[in-house]
Design a protein around this ligand. Sequence first.
Ligand code: FEO
Ligand code: CA
Ligand code: CA
Ligand code: CA
Length: 611
Amino acid sequence: RVSNTSTLLAPFGPSIPTHSEDRVTVMPGFKIRAILPWGDPLTHPNAHFKPDGSNTAAEQAQQIGDNHDGMHLFPFPGKSDEGLLALNHEYTNLEYLYPADFLPQATLSEEKANKAIAAHGVSIIHLRRGPNGWDKVPESRYHRRITGATPCALTGPAAGHPLLQTQDDPSGRLVLGTLNNCAHGVTPWGTYLTCEENFNGYFGNGNPNDPMHKRYGIANGFGYRWHEAIPRFDVARTPNEPNRFGWVVEIDPFDPESTPKKRTALGRFKHENAAVTLAKDGRVVVYMGDDERFEYLYKFVSRKPFDPTNPEANRDLLDDGDLFVAEFTSNDTGNGRLLGRWHLLSRANPKIASDPRFPTDAEVLIFTRAAADVAGATKMDRPEWIAIHPTSGEVFVTLTNNSKRQADAVDAANPRAPNFWGQIVRWQEAGNDAAATEFAWDFFVIAGNPAVYPETDPRAGSINVTRENMFNSPDGLAFDRMGRLWIQTDGNYSNRGEFAGQGNNQMLVADPNTGEIRRFLVGPSGCEITGITFSPDGRTMFINIQHPGEAEGHPRAPGFPAEMLNTVLNQQPTLFSDWPHSQFPEITGGRPRSATLVIEREDGAPIFGAA
Ligand code: FEO
Ligand code: CA
Ligand code: CA
Ligand code: CA
């Protein structure tokens, strides 16, 4: 077993116990506070949250959105106590969004659809550390809501392509809104990247005979029913609208008038996050996962280098470059790691040039999954977040789980069938150059359950998983500036069977050098833990508690059977969480609300590392 002698983890105690309660617990020596709950007023100070679900669409568009996910704090220059928080709102829980008498109903009104659309997107929030700690300032010109209806530009090689044109936008260059904003990225030039993940869930009447609808899961949606009220979400009426979602979107948080840009050069799939670094020659490299069972890992390499002396020259670097997809082989590199390769996704790759589905590189970018299918990529166990070590440049990815992997389809990087618990794979690029076309990989951890399975069983996980720190479904992943790895989970919280003893979703802190992992925090009922960013002085860590009170097998989960949807929605939601109110009574309750958690040492020490 891994020794617990890590100097990186010296400021932290042992793993805390897990639990199934409706509250957040954290390691002794730390204090927590919840801020920015879903529905609090943002762009209008009087758009107050109504706990009975009766807020209108117009009010929701002025409030903080739902289901907080990836986020980043952009400090004001030279300030450690003030900045702009860009915060993703991945989706909405219909059972909590509307009044109790909403369901069932025969038709969805446009007003109801618009309220859900306004709960999606991104919030830009002017934050300040005041006498009572970090919180949003009451009013600011920077406060902004970007929703599922905010005009966004399509840019890069596929912009304007006929497949991106609609009746409302014959230019193929202007989309209304960004949707399913999962995790995020940050560029060296100070912009925010928000990643569109399960966009297919918002569209109805997909064509079952269209191979690309099938490849992207565009069918009858996840129960939002927007297509009943708004024609652009009805694929039968607006066949190209789904092609305008599934992109990485760049936002300048400091310019409230700026138009978000969907960067088509980064490909179209169910984007999780976008981890950005620089190659040795200064070109911009973006690592990206496609989170669905048996999907792929990608990287983009810009054509031009980043120029720190010329900010204007960097604004459109993400519009021009090469896209690659990863293959994880079982070939030994001779250095204790296995060989990986990056395959080019463009017509310069003969396998793609010979495929009639890709007459130009624009089709490669719009139907990236299909191009990756022919390039020789490895089908992974649901790639979620990617994080890059701040000094070594090593890249880590969470492969969250895969209940559908069959015994005859395991491979070196995805070795278990089925895979209930997930794993974290890491790699070093050849020559430590992020633009390299080969890499050497191994596992950082294979999660499992050593309380249920004996140590020698692969289902118990790797040696750094113990009864004290075990978890399932790693998802959020980030390094602090000290080089500690923070692991956030979004998995099964039943605390039974394969997951016995693992409790609610949690956050762990790890030493990437020794492999040691300790449980740092446990979340409230039904939530996932996601999103992570730090104050510039290293005193504060912010994380998100997403979808507290969400029932297992929720309709918005990918793969949820459509025929079960009405059954779930017709039930009065079981209010088994009233978080954050249950723990922080000053926050209005009545229904569970996603919120941001502020975490600091009780002694105020800057242990997360100053910028
Ligand atoms: Fe939005 Fe794959 O998590
Ligand atoms: Ca989520
Ligand atoms: Ca996630
Ligand atoms: Ca997840």
